[in-house]
Design a protein around this ligand. Structure first.
Ligand code: FNR
Length: 385
């Protein structure tokens, strides 16, 4: 198949990845209501079309946190990307750099901050969770600073890890039994391209940023168990004030769904927020991010950079995000599908598709710049509070 849209990479990824891994990538929490609603919420908005307005020259580039970007889009942090493709974080970071958008590296990548730094020229963003051990947080921040990471994306919607049925079924979090190990081996053997590229060719399969803290860990699942035990449910706004003293670059708080929390983010000194429900992987039943966006953007207009993620699957979704008040979007699963399917080139192709779709629709709407978009550019459903 020659992929025509972002979903085509999902189908390719499903073929290539062992099923436990595709389940980890694709799943959400509980009944996946929020995950599905993320996509549906973008689809509920309609685009207004104006004709005969010279749209021969289009402008879709801009800046994110003060740096030029060829699209107002960043690759969202996706843990274990290095299991999707050999040294996956490096491949994705290179694709983002070639395209001219920021790559945000997850705390729980297989490649370390230093490995990604050595493979790229442009600064990337670093995502961090609040770990119980603040000493480790400080050390990770020092490494991100040394690697010249240009923004810290601090994820705040993971006080507890969401319950994802696909991970339970795939045995991702459970201690291995003889039966589950056998099932895993068969699963992997059925995917020889992945076996050769990642399981054999992509070693070492350890969490590059955390190796010194979990020396006994032998595989990504051991690391994951350690990280899960490190999520700090006692985290509060005071910790963000502390974080502010530890990092002098821009901080984006990721996982905001309420205007009051967005205002708090501004008052504790963050530069931005990501309106996000973690791609429907945390609180199932939480509001779709596209639905949460307008009131949040209104509450902090001019004070914070506002990004949004969750269910962005078409260039049109970026148009809708801008019209609803976001400065830009983050793309999650689609870049990881593309990475699994076709590596660095796949991620570049996906970015190219978003760009192409965006230009196509912008012109057909009768606009020449993303800056022309306002709430009035959409026909939107009545907001539900
Ligand atoms: C994530 N996400 C995530 N977020 C984060 O802050 N740190 C992380 O390590 C991860 N890991 C992760 C793994 C996988 C497999 C997925 C799918 C997602 C959430 C991610 O950054 C983003 O918020 C969502 O993926 C956006 O939704 P879509 O685009 O996937 O619908």
């Amino acid at each position: 198949m020659h992929p025509a849209c972002l979903y085509d990479y999902r189908a390719l990824a499903q073929k290539r990845l062992p099923s436990f891994l595709f389940g980890y990538l694709d799943g959400g929490s509980f009944g996946e209501l929020t995950m599905r609603d993320n996509e549906a919420a973008w689809a509920r908005h309609r685009l207004r079309q104006f004709v005969l307005r010279d749209v021969s020259k289009l402008e879709v580039s801009g800046s994110l946190l003060g740096r030029a970007a060829s699209l107002p889009l960043a690759l969202a942090p996706v843990g274990l990307a290095g299991l999707m493709r050999r040294r996956g974080e490096v491949q994705a970071a290179r694709a983002a750099e070639a395209f001219g958008v920021p790559f945000c590296m997850s705390t729980v990548g297989l490649c370390s901050i230093e490995e990604v730094r050595a493979a790229t020229r442009e600064p990337f963003w670093f995502q961090l969770y609040l770990l119980r051990d603040r000493g480790i947080v400080k050390e990770l921040l020092a490494r991100a600073r040394a690697a010249q990471c240009s923004a810290l994306v601090f994820t705040v919607d993971l006080a507890r890890l969401g319950i994802r049925y696909s991970d339970i079924r795939g045995g991702v979090n459970a201690p291995p039994t003889l039966k589950s190990q056998l099932t895993r081996v068969l699963d992997v053997l059925k995917h020889p391209r992945w076996l050769a590229d990642v399981a054999i060719g992509g070693q070492p399969l350890v969490f590059g940023n955390l190796t010194q803290y979990v020396p006994a860990a032998r595989n990504p699942e051991h690391f994951k168990a350690w990280v899960d035990s490190q999520f700090d449910p006692s985290a509060s706004w005071k910790d963000i004030e502390w974080l502010r003293t530890q990092w002098d670059g821009p901080i984006l708080l990721k996982g905001i769904l309420e205007p009051d929390d967005a205002r708090m983010a501004a008052s504790v000194g963050a530069q931005g927020i990501v309106v996000s429900n973690h791609g429907g992987r945390q609180l199932d039943g939480a509001q779709a991010s596209a639905d949460a966006l307008p009131r949040i953007a209104e509450a902090v207009a001019g004070k914070l950079t506002v990004l949004v993620d969750g269910g962005v699957r078409y260039g049109n979704d970026l148009i809708k995000a801008r019209a609803l008040g976001a400065d830009g979007v983050m793309l999650g699963r689609p870049w990881a599908w593309a990475l699994a399917a076709r590596g660095e080139q796949g991620v570049r192709e996906v970015l190219g598709m978003v760009d192409n779709e965006l230009r196509n629709s912008l012109g057909l709407m009768g606009h020449t710049s993303l800056n022309d978009l306002t709430r009035d550019s959409l026909l939107s459903p009545v907001a539900r509070d």
